[in-house]
Design a protein around this ligand. Structure first.
Ligand SMILES: C[S@@+](CC[C@H](N)C(=O)[O-])C[C@H]1O[C@@H](n2cnc3c(N)ncnc32)[C@H](O)[C@@H]1O
Length: 387
């Protein structure tokens, strides 16, 4: 098939050659219009790549690791590679994980999460829509799934097989969690913190634990399973807290050691500290705080204020597992903001570990933007008030 060829500014040659998978709209030459979903060859200097054009949004072309329009065999091989990469997770008994992580797996713009016998697609560009039936069919066949679906405005659409029931259960590190693919946040669960949750389990014995932005109590269930004496889950969403209680019950854990509080964490840390006192271990996993680069500084400021409030909630010598899923905020900027916020509250913190993604969220060297999740495990010194 002959492809339209578009010349980009020569300064993009290095990025193109390094395998960066995006051509931003701001680099797209004026006056050249293609239909969304058209394959195009782009050239810069002596580098070239092939990708899918999108007429909307900040990314004009998503580039694939292919010299020409990907064939059926190319798609099958890319999907099979992504599945093979997750085999260690499946072998370890996990049946909820990110099956395909877009750019990190060489299929930019497409994310697929597996929940037991179903998978949910997230499509970040309309240009990808024509390939969805083929991708869904391959995934379903390879993993013997009941259905591969996408969440659309009107409900779940099955691209292959059947729509899942309103609720299913999945296994993660031997624990059981409810998943509602129809209405849950994200595609159902926050899969990216699986290893951090397990870390909490191994550090929770005998501790009083506060789980801020708890969602359906993932960290809370792990903390109780690890022997925490008391766990408090806080979230603004009441349905999430109801599910947290149900997940605790589902795992036969001591429900009397778990409490939920519905609150806006950003505005209620002071009240929370007054009412609840201090905790041995605090987990803080807020939603993304910036949608675009323009909001980056505001997000960094919000992380600073949040950590200033957290200072009053951690016991002297206690630990804080704090996370950021804001792509626009770098790991360095997040760490600076977190430590500065804690310092303002009179707390010094030692960084015990910097944690990132698990193997189901691969990050390519050419695409550092893929490293959106960063977690810090901190230990806080005694503060003025507790001396
Ligand atoms: C990244 S998710 C947390 C995922 C969770 N740690 C897990 O492992 O499943 C962020 C959560 O923050 C909640 N949230 C958003 N804004 C909030 C606010 N202002 N106060 C409290 N919770 C909020 C959302 O309802 C969501 O459950």
């Amino acid at each position: 098939m002959s492809l339209p060829t578009v010349r980009l500014p020569a300064r993009l040659e290095t990025a193109l050659r390094s395998g960066h998978p995006w051509v931003y709209r701001t680099h797209w030459p004026d006056g050249i219009t293609l239909e969304t979903g058209s394959w195009v060859r782009v050239e810069a200097g002596s580098a070239a790549a092939v990708g899918l054009f999108d007429a909307d949004g900040p990314i004009a072309v998503r580039l694939f690791d292919a010299d020409t329009v990907p064939t059926d065999a190319w798609w099958d091989a890319a999907i099979d590679r992504a599945i093979a990469r997750r085999e260690p997770l499946a072998d370890a008994g996990h049946d909820a994980y990110r099956l395909l992580f877009g750019e990190g797996d060489g299929i930019p713009g497409l994310v697929v999460d597996r929940y037991g016998r179903h998978a949910v697609l997230q499509v970040h560009s309309e240009a990808l829509r024509p390939i969805l039936p083929r991708v869904a069919k391959r995934i379903r066949r390879k993993l013997k799934l009941r259905g591969v679906v996408e969440r659309l405005k009107g409900g779940l659409h099955a691209w292959a097989g059947e729509v899942p029931p309103p609720e299913v259960t999945v296994r993660e590190h031997g624990l059981t969690f409810l998943v509602n693919m129809h209405e849950g946040q994200k595609t159902g669960l926050f899969l990216d913190h699986r290893e951090q949750r397990q870390w909490v389990r191994t550090h929770a014995a005998g501790k009083r634990v506060l789980n801020l932005f708890s969602y359906a109590g993932g960290f809370s269930v792990y903390a109780l399973a690890g022997g925490a004496t008391e766990v408090v889950s806080v979230d603004v969403a009441r349905p999430a807290l109801r599910d947290a209680e149900r997940n605790v019950a589902l795992n036969d854990l001591h429900a009397e050691q778990h409490r939920t509080i519905q609150a806006d964490v950003f505005t209620s840390l002071g009240r929370l500290a007054e009412a609840e006192g201090r905790f041995d271990l605090v987990i803080c996993d807020p939603p993304s705080l910036a949608k675009s680069k323009r909001q980056r500084d505001r997000a960094v400021g919000a992380y600073g204020r949040l950590h200033e409030g957290l200072g009053a909630l951690v016991k002297p010598g206690g630990e804080l597992l704090t996370a950021s899923c804001t792509t626009q905020v770098t790991p360095e900027a997040f760490e600076r903001a977190a430590l500065a916020g804690l310092r303002h509250s009179g707390r010094q913190a030692a960084v015990l570990q910097r944690r990132g993604h698990a193997l189901d969220h691969p990050v390519r060297k050419s695409f550092p933007e893929g490293r959106y999740l960063k977690s810090l495990w901190l230990q806080l010194d005694a503060d003025q008030a507790s001396k």
